[in-house]
Ligand binder design. Sequence first.
Ligand code: TXA
Ligand code: MG
Length: 306
Amino acid sequence: MAFPTETVFGLGVDATNPNAVRRLFEAKGRPSDNPLIVHLSEVSKWRHAAAKLTPAAEALLAAYAPGPLTVVLPKQPSISSLVSAGLETVGIRVPDHPDALAILQAADIPVAAPSANRSGRPSCTTWQAVLEDLDGQIDAVYCGDAGGVGIESTVVDCCGDTPVILRPGAITLEQLRQVIPTTRGLVDTPVNLDAASRANGTSPVRSPGLAHPHYQPRAQVRLVKAPLVLSDTLDTTAYCGMHRFAGMERLPFVAIYDSVEDFAAGFYEFLREVDRRGLDRVLVEEAPEVGIGEALLDRQRRAAGL
Ligand code: TXA
Ligand code: MG
């Protein structure tokens, strides 16, 4: 069943049932080497998914759960190894959304839930978008509203003493460092070299999802920095950003956001609307690297195939 969270819609199944998990990977067309996040209704239920709650995870969850934070911990054996893509670890998260929490509470099982989109496509922030991708493949979608964050949770490896960001997200490095000052960002660490290290077998794969294409509409996405110059805008059929530019009115589809938070909340739906309208060349203004803008910029780069 698909359900809204404060970030994007998730597609949930019983994390202890390998058949359900297998079916979930099929419905999404998801590569089997990309692990799933297990969603819980309360932090106190961590034992349903993790074998151990490290002090780092406990401190970060105390500050940011419920919320858009996923902590990676040693896995509880009852969680299907399909969920963790064979890793010894599991990502857990308590979403900050009343409908999601009510569903998780009622289910009272650990719920493996990736974003509810076809693998590789932009994530879904509306139930209509979920049906566009997955109608006929899933049992149900809960027709509520996503919570308006618009960008997925921050995934943080908390197995050791020093937390390490594996995927940037709605909780910023700065916010994590307010709790644990030694927290390492994505660029400080070799985790995004996983594809290369996997090729020569030198280190374990820690966040396999990073190697796959993500968030891409059918339209070709080009990133631009503000202020735009006229030559940037030639040949384009849609634009989204925080700045206006002369001649913008001639484009068939434009979205202007007043804040970086609104930009993050609207970005995936903008990309999907571009595809609905059959537009083929999109200009995306790079998000400012403040607050959630850092994670938005990561998603924009991936949408552009960079
Ligand atoms: O906000 C979110 O996190 C949304 C909502 C539905 O909760 N979920 C989401 O799931 O974005 P998904 O499957 O689209 O992305 C999960 C990310 C992937 O990058 C995956 O590689 C990483 O989390 N991940 C999950 N378990 C992991 C693990 N044990 N070790 C390292 N990375 C893990
Ligand atoms: Mg996803």
